[in-house]
Design a protein around this ligand. Structure first.
Ligand code: ZN
Ligand code: ZN
Length: 407
């Protein structure tokens, strides 16, 4: 099967985190066909392929496999129409983060590295990871003995497709993707009749005041040279107009790069929530639960320099660009941190180069990128070519920058 066909097939069969059974079977089939020792069911639906090819460094190449609960609206002939049942509800599913691109490119790299094994020495570990979007997929594989069973790598490499022009790669030393914390806040009031606020503690007003006060954390407590984001993405309370409800729930997404900033922002969230509850006269303390956490993705500077040479050989030096820090988050860094080895994680251009025809300067390119449907948009639609070719070549060249050369 050509890689383009494989991509369209995966795109039409998206699966949610920890339910990637079909995708995992495709990955395993391809690994076996390329001659990799293949193990399925690592950390749930994860798949690991190992190709031992003499003495030399071990390179871990990682692709995530999961899709998102989004109805695709790209109108592409191969757009997803998938719907799954989740807790009795019909949920549309689509690869709007491009993890199908990642799987396809790693399959392509596995094929190429296996076919060219007389030109390099060392070990390639191909990791197809479940559940990046919901968090916990990388950790689940580590907890299932990834490094004990398949060996510790010398470096962890991976890529994420993004709406920068296809044919370009984005690579940045240091913090590249933000740390992310998802926090659930439950505010407790005292319900009552809508006509008698004096006999109740209104959690709706408490929630509204909390949402506004949370906005001051980034503007008043984070230094101008630092970055953080606090987004209240969901607010739920009440049912009808004439009842004051008992409680209110807020769901927060917190992003940051530096551990000190992260600690300060999370502490401020807790302080503000507790203080607003107290200010409202709540008789019961609010509940604050961190639902999931991703550490920041930090690229090792020395390892970036070494890998960059390989990537520049694929797209030219001018086309390996610094995308700046991304406020999106990723759990790929968990592999490198757990193994105690460097990480190099780059952006793979997936946007139609035609969209950039009139962008002459870097500033104009940035402007076009800002206007394109980004990852998680129902309109996110990476072009198949040259995205896949570049993605495969980048993984191979990145790995070859670390493996011993025999040619
Ligand atoms: Zn995503
Ligand atoms: Zn993603």
């Amino acid at each position: 099967m050509t890689l383009a066909d494989l991509y369209r097939d995966l795109h039409q069969h998206p699966e949610l985190g920890f339910a990637e059974t079909r995708t995992a079977a495709v990955a395993a089939r391809e690994l076996r066909a390329a001659g990799f020792e293949t193990t399925e069911g690592v950390g749930g639906t994860g798949v690991v392929g190992v190709l031992r090819n003499g003495d030399g460094p071990t390179v871990l190449l990682r692709a995530d496999m999961d899709a998102l609960p989004v109805a695709e609206r790209t109108g592409l002939p191969y757009a997803s129409t998938a719907v799954v049942d989740r807790d009795g509800q019909a949920v549309p599913v689509a690869h709007v983060c491009g993890h199908d691109v990642h799987v396809t490119c790693l399959v392509g790299a596995v094929r190429e590295l296996a076919a060219g094994r007389d030109t390099w020495q060392g070990t390639v570990v191909a990791v197809f990871q479940p559940a990046e979007e919901v968090g916990g997929g990388a950790q689940a594989m580590i907890d299932d003995g990834l490094f004990d069973r398949f060996g510790k790598p010398d470096v962890v490499l991976g890529q994420h497709v993004a709406p920068i022009p296809a044919g370009f790669l984005g690579l940045r030393a240091g913090p590249a993707f933000a740390a992310s914390d998802t926090v659930r806040v439950t505010l407790y009031g005292e319900g009552g009749h809508g006509s008698r606020p004096e006999a109740s503690v209104d959690p709706v007003v408490m929630a509204a005041a909390t949402v506004l006060r949370l906005q001051t954390i980034v503007s008043r407590e984070v230094a101008g040279g630092d970055t953080a984001v606090v987004t209240v993405g969901a607010i739920r309370s009440g049912t009808v107009a004439n009842i004051i409800p008992d409680d209110a729930e807020l769901l927060l997404s917190v992003r940051s790069y530096r551990p000190a900033v992260r600690a300060r922002v999370l502490a401020a969230v807790e302080r503000v929530v507790r203080a607003e509850a107290a200010a409202s006269g709540a008789t019961r303390a609010p509940e604050i639960v961190v639902l999931s956490s991703y550490p920041a993705v930090v690229n090792d500077a020395e390892a970036v320099a070494r890998t960059r040479v390989g990537l520049a050989g694929v797209v030219t030096d001018q086309r390996v660009v610094d995308p700046g820090p991304v406020t999106g988050s990723e759990d790929v860094g968990v592999f490198a941190t757990a193994a105690g080895v460097p990480l190099v994680y780059w952006l793979l251009g997936g946007a139609d180069p035609g969209a950039f025809a009139h962008a002459a300067t870097v500033e104009e390119v940035r402007e076009v990128v800002g206007g394109l449907p980004a990852n998680h948009s129902p309109l996110f639609a990476p072009v198949i070519s040259p995205t896949l070719e570049v993605g495969v070549a980048a993984l191979v060249a990145g790995a070859r920058a670390w493996l011993s050369s025999m040619s």
